[in-house]
Ligand binder design. Sequence first.
Ligand code: G3P
Ligand code: CA
Length: 362
Amino acid sequence: MFKKLLSLVLIGFSVAATLTCADNIDHRNKQTIVVAHRGASAYLPEHTLESKALAYGMRPDYIEQDLVLSKDDHLIVMHDIYLDSVTNVAEVFPERARTDGHFYTIDFTLAELKQLQVSEPFVDSEDGLQAKYPERFPIWKSSFRLSTFEEELELIQGLNRSLGYDIGIYPEIKKPYFHHWEGKDIASIALQTLKKYGYTNRNQKVFFQCFDAEELQRVKYELMPSMGMDLSLVQLIAATDWGEKLIEVNGNIEKYNYDWMLEQGGLRKIATYANGIGPWYPMLMEVEDGQPRANGVVRRAHRRQLEVHPYTFRADKGKVPEEFDSFEHFLHFAVYQLRIDGLFTDHPDKAVDYLSRGRRSH
Ligand code: G3P
Ligand code: CA
């Protein structure tokens, strides 16, 4: 396992070196940070340690961890609260789905979760299981496992020590409302883990992100002060119709309304408890006659001293917005016209390469 991870780091370095060999690394735009979204997720199954090791070798500024809790309160690094679309849980534990058909991570112990094989994400279709991204790493190939937050922190801190870099972490607690409904406090457990590994203040390379504004305020005003911590916080912004957060209103379950965040006074409110925002990138732009331009959100955020780290920049075929003729054109627009401070990308090598070469014309 160790040899496999080490060789992935070296592959990552060689990819980055090949891409930057003609350019002076000093030209890198230091203003814009690169966050490896779920690791090097364009190249290896998301959130696996292998994907994180490969991402590390690509030299992003931060590597992202999405976090959910197991039945026995271990933080598992994975995106969904379900195991359905990245593991073989339906084969290994066929009787353990809830009545809604989903297999919930929170219903399994760490020992059980470690029995599962992890795959590149797949979707169920009439033709059987199909890769979500057909041109990425093939589904069900090789051998990957779920990992804990602690295992990942030890990997990144270990590489920081052995290689001498200071690559940061960017953890996100997933659906705190759901964890509360299940009687669990994921925010407290995540902060305890961060403290155990030495991440306690804003001088360190860590951003703590969440889509849940009320939970992020609880982190800011209750949890961190009681634990002697003061981390940089990022308020993620979703579209209301995604149902990213559910709330109970008069006995009914409704989608939390995110609209206030980008309306009048929203950013001012966020700036009272967070240091940055993580919007979906279309929230920052408008398009007229095929021409994209900034819609003013970044400017308004900067006026409130909020950093802006939009998600998710993908170079896959069909994933670059049609207004741009290439992934680099898209990056160029985001960096020099939107004037973002950082970006989440599945292709950290390409973003690091682009920023290393500095401004170019399009
Ligand atoms: O956390 C930033 C970005 O990752 C948000 O989207 O759904 O990939 O976690 P998601
Ligand atoms: Ca995330």
